[in-house]
Design a binder for this molecule. Sequence first.
Ligand SMILES: *[C@@H]1O[C@H](CO)[C@@H](O)[C@H](O)[C@H]1NC(C)=O
Length: 369
Amino acid sequence: MAFSNIFSRPARLVLSATVFLSLAQAHTVMTTLYVDGENQGDGVCIRMNMDGYTSNYFVSPVTSKDIACGVDGEKGVSRVCPAKTSSVLTFEFREDADDVNSRPLDESHKGPAAVYMKKVSSATDSNNAAGDGWFKIWESVYDSENDKWGTTKMIENNGHISVRVPEDIEGGYYLVRTELLALHAATANPPDPQFYVGCAQVFIESNVTNPSRPETVFIGEGTYTLDNPALTFNIYDKPMALPYPPLGPPVYKPKSNPDTTEGNSQEQTEGLKPEGCIFVNGNWCGFEVPSYNNEEECWAASDDCWRQSDNCWAETQPTGYGYCTEWSKKCEEISDSCKNSRFPGPPNAGQDITPEWKKLEEGGTEIFY
Ligand SMILES: *[C@@H]1O[C@H](CO)[C@@H](O)[C@H](O)[C@H]1NC(C)=O
């Protein structure tokens, strides 16, 4: 029985190779959140289209409810990342979700970029993305001085967009939504404006005494239609018909230096890394196998590990195929020790074996407009 697991491994490797290839004809997907420069882990706290073949696709049609947080964006994920008022949140964009060295986006995909927030009672709950409650905290539209669109600046910034959490908002759970609009085919027939959206689940710690309530808008089905001139703007016109039409609400302006009460903040209770998690892959966790002292117990532990491996492949976000392969190395090591009667085990029991996440480049948290 244990051997059947071992023999099924090549099939998994073939699957991952196919996924790599299919993503080569790429658009972009928001894969990773950094809080104050700290990488939270690929896919961690991110709601992402779970299909590796389409995860980097644009929202279609633009009128779809998916405009809120993308395909699968109504499905809450298990993790919530902690941040504070005034924290810098940095988002990473990739053409290939699974490739940390992927280029962010094709440079032809010019257009505005924006980031929104929405207060929710629970970030891990489903069906809370589309609807009212969204406010815009940042945007980069078109910089006429340098002839650069927001998406161009994102590409030049190594695929990173950084924003500051408003300093005057109340604490609690939020969805943070990134929105890129690529206008390269906006004047095609029919027009093909391409929105790339993604959402992160965060907990904001705030000591603000009388927090502001930003004005909010509805984002969901029908928010954007082809009647909106911002969606059919011609980026190839020389000169362009500036100013670029308004897209969404104005950016929220926080009150500076709001009164705070020390220790006023609530505590995060949901979306924490689970106890005993020794391998973080997006919102998935691997747990240590039962310890073993003989061959029978060893094969039971090996089975446990491979079951988790199957579960990793079944549940991982498109950012995580390589990480599932990493987890299976632990299972191979255990299977090997069973075959060679090496007990007790597992080796390095309880040790966190999450692969190291990429460090943000120097200056990577800089906020551009
Ligand atoms: C809130 O107050 C506590 C206690 O003084 C402090 O440790 C914490 O950093 C403060 N948090 C924020 C977001 O200001």
